[in-house]
Structure formats: structure tokens, C-alpha cells
Design a binder for this molecule. Structure first.
Ligand code: AMP
Ligand code: MG
Length: 417
């Protein structure tokens, strides 16, 4: 097995992702939720507007509604025949007159332009107004339906809701939305070296012990993705405990996610335990960080099983494989349509002289000059790199970077949302 020629070839990341997505059948369960609570949820149906927004032509300024044709020259004086505030509705505007109007108030019939109050002079205590500027027809008027047309699909099934979409839904009168139910995920960490912060003080840590950091970021990542997380903690490195944890987790969960114990040759209990209760494939993915990854299932009944995913234990590997593989999988379970993060072309303000055989995801950060800086230590154990970075450079296998090269950059904001 140490002869490199006999090692199986690594699986390209895109192949691994395609395989996972093919296995991620949308769960199909839905919830009716308050629009207030819909942030981050995936819409289970199209949202079609029953009305137009704005509902009627209205003023976008405080000023005077006029017929543009009545104001042929600057200095024209008109009687002010009505006052229309937001929330009120006026009456038809007689020719040769003006209506005092405020932002958001509907235009009176016949009026076709608004003159902002700064371009007018009030006369006779407001009974008349002098218009100082000749208005163009349509000026300062917001057209009915210019935001949303009646019958328009304003939000689409499979869209992940964000604040602007929630506002839009509310703007067409919806206080409830039908969304995909939250995937239920059981999370546990493996490794006898792991200690929970709080259980043992830093000065009392035994040699070889480390704190469990993966549990904290994985749980937060899952929650951000709309999952209902059952955190099963640290499962001891023995077969009986692992079997028991898997068996109970398979019931009531769509996915069992673990970190650690999927490296080749590891003295570990995950693989045989999952195999005993279902099936497990250990994948060697051509990516750095994050080569080892496991996918399988744990049976919970006739023809029914929970998905199983095992992430590598190294914190940065765990973090990156979650973002690139588990995240799209969980979004697809919810029926989301946008699974790939948007990337951008950015200039590298550093050089990287050593190429890797694997596709690399380098932790980098945008600088004030519009370029990218690279975190100095790219080791998969150095979680500081992920904290410092605001994105990942997606570097093809076998490539180096010269200063000034344009590289593919995926903002972490895309992946953490
Ligand atoms: P493994 O994938 O189990 O071989 O672990 C690889 C490395 O990641 C080892 O140095 C582990 O100690 C470390 N590691 C595993 N699990 C965690 C965790 N939950 N938090 C922090 N480090 C971990
Ligand atoms: Mg381990």
C-alpha cells in the first residue's frame, strides 16, 4: 500500500460532488412559516403576486402634482385645489390647478408630473403656488406596477430566502411562506484525543489531548444552512459505542455527519461500524486540504436509511470539505436550486512557487488595493488560516501562482450564508 503506483487514483472534486448531489434526493417535507421566520429557508413553491406594486401611480417627492402641459414656462402660478398625504387618495385634478402632494401619496387623476417643493414658491398661505421649473411629463412619478406586475413570479421555488426576498414577499401581502423542512442532522466527533472546552481547563490538559474545535464550527455551519442539529458530542473510539451512536442517530435524522477517523490506515471504528449497519465508501478526493472523505448510509428500516458523511479530522480539512461537499448536499436536500457558490476573478498580490498534485483551496483575503493576500501557513491543521481568510482561492492541480496572476476566488460570504 506504500507503493504510490498501487494507490487508487484520487477522485476529482467535481466527480465527488456530482456523485453526492445525485444521491441527495430532496426530502420533500414542507413547513408553513411566518414570513418573519423565513430567513435562510428554501421556498417550496413559486410566489406569484396577486397585485401590482406600487398599487397606483404615486409621488416620489414632497411637492405639487400638476398637469405638465399647464406649466409652459417657469413662473406659472396655479391654485392649489387639494392636499394629498401618503395613505390618502385625492380627487381628479381640475385643469389649470395643482395638488399639494407628499411622498408615497397617489397621483390624482389627470396629473402627470410632480414638481418638488424646492422648485416652488408658496403663495397666499398655500392657496396658490408658483412653479419655478418647467416639469417633464412623468417627472417624480412612481408608476403603478413598476416594482412588481400583477401575476409576476417574484420569488421562485428552490430560492433560499434572504432579507430582501422576505420584504418582497411581505410587500405583496404574504405573511406566511411554504418552505422546505429543515434537514435533521446528527453530528458527532470521533477521536480519543478530543476534550471539550469547559470539561478540562487548559493548564490541566493531558499530553496528547486537544480541544474539540470541529464540533463548534460544524454545528454553526449546519445551523446556518437551516438544519436541525442533534449534537451527539464525542463518541468514544470503540466499536460498541460507535455502533450504538450510529444506530440511534439513523432514526429521526436525514444525515449523520462525523469528523475524524476517515484517514487511510486509521485505527478507527467508523468504517466497520457503518458497514455493519449499512454501507460506506472511503473516498480519496483530489483536493487540498481535505483528501479523505467518507460517504455511506446507515439503515433504519426496510429500504430506508440515513445518509452518512465522514469528514476528515484536521480542522481546516473538515471546514473546507463541509463547505464544498456537505453544504451543496444539504441545500439540495432542501430543494435549493443554486448550489454552487459564485466565484470571482481576482489578482494575486503574492506568489506561490510550489505546485500541488491536488486542486488546492488556499485561504486568502482581499486587500485594500483590490488584490488578494495569502495566509502564510496553509497547513490543514492551522484553523487560524480559515479565521483570517475571507475566501478560498480555487487553484487547479499542478499550478503555481505568480504575482499579478488572475485567480479564481470564492468569497467565504458565499459559502457561510
Ligand atoms: P483524523 O482525521 O481522525 O485522523 O484526525 C486528523 C487530525 O485532526 C488529528 O490531528 C486530530 O487530532 C485532529 N482532529 C480530529 N478531530 C478533531 C476535532 N473534532 N477538533 C480538532 N481537531 C481534531
Ligand atoms: Mg482520529
Amino acid at each position: 500500500m506504500s507503493d504510490p503506483a498501487r494507490r487508487p487514483p484520487l477522485m476529482p472534486l467535481d466527480d465527488a460532488l456530482a456523485r453526492l448531489l445525485a444521491l441527495a434526493a430532496p426530502l420533500g417535507r414542507t413547513d408553513q412559516v411566518s414570513t418573519f421566520d423565513a430567513d435562510g429557508r428554501v421556498l417550496a413553491q413559486d410566489v406569484v403576486s396577486p397585485l401590482q406594486v406600487p398599487p397606483a401611480d404615486n409621488s416620489s417627492m414632497d411637492g405639487y402634482a400638476v398637469r405638465a402641459a399647464d406649466v409652459t414656462a417657469a413662473g406659472v402660478e396655479l391654485p392649489v385645489t387639494q392636499r394629498i398625504a401618503a395613505g390618502q387618495s385625492g380627487t381628479a385634478l381640475p385643469p389649470g390647478s395643482a395638488a399639494r402632494i407628499f411622498t408615497g401619496a397617489p397621483m390624482p387623476a389627470g396629473a402627470d408630473a410632480v414638481v418638488m417643493q424646492e422648485d416652488t414658491e408658496t403663495l397666499e398661505g398655500g392657496a396658490r403656488v408658483r412653479i419655478q421649473v418647467v416639469p417633464a411629463p412623468g417627472q417624480w412619478v412612481r408608476r403603478a406596477g413598476e416594482d412588481v406586475m400583477r401575476g409576476a413570479t417574484v420569488l421562485h421555488k428552490g430560492e433560499r430566502l434572504a432579507p430582501a426576498g422576505m420584504g418582497l414577499a411581505a410587500g405583496i401581502g404574504l405573511n406566511q411562506l411554504l418552505v422546505a423542512s429543515r434537514p435533521r442532522v446528527a453530528l458527532f466527533s470521533t477521536g480519543d484525543e478530543l476534550v471539550m472546552p469547559g470539561d478540562v481547563a487548559p493548564q490541566d490538559m493531558k499530553p496528547g489531548a486537544i480541544y474539540n474545535s470541529n464540533r463548534f464550527f460544524l454545528r454553526a455551519l449546519l445551523t446556518r444552512l437551516g438544519c436541525e442539529v442533534s449534537d451527539l458530542g464525542i463518541v468514544p473510539d470503540n466499536r460498541a459505542a460507535t455502533l450504538a451512536a450510529l444506530q440511534s442517530a439513523a432514526h429521526g435524522h436525514d444525515l449523520i455527519l462525523t469528523s475524524g477517523g476517515v484517514s487511510v490506515g486509521e485505527e478507527d471504528h467508523i468504517k466497520p461500524a457503518v458497514e455493519q449497519l449499512g454501507a460506506l465508501d472511503l473516498w480519496q478526493i483530489a483536493m487540498k486540504p481535505g483528501k479523505p472523505f467518507a460517504y455511506g448510509h446507515v439503515r433504519r428500516g426496510e429500504g430506508d436509511a440515513a445518509h452518512f458523511m465522514g469528514l476528515p479530522g484536521n480542522p481546516v480539512s473538515s471546514f473546507v470539505t463541509f463547505l464544498l461537499l456537505v453544504r451543496p448536499f444539504l441545500l439540495k436536500l432542501q430543494g435549493a436550486t443554486a448550489l454552487a457558490p459564485a466565484a470571482m476573478a481576482m489578482r494575486a498580490d503574492f506568489s506561490l512557487s510550489k505546485a500541488d498534485k491536488r486542486r488546492e483551496f488556499l485561504r486568502a483575503r482581499r486587500n485594500a488595493e483590490g488584490g488578494l493576500d495569502l495566509f502564510g501557513n496553509q497547513s490543514s491543521g492551522v484553523l487560524t488560516s480559515a479565521h483570517w481568510a475571507d475566501g478560498l482561492i480555487d487553484l487547479p492541480a499542478g499550478q503555481t501562482i505568480a504575482e499579478g496572476d488572475v485567480v479564481r476566488f470564492i468569497p467565504l460570504a458565499e459559502l457561510l450564508a
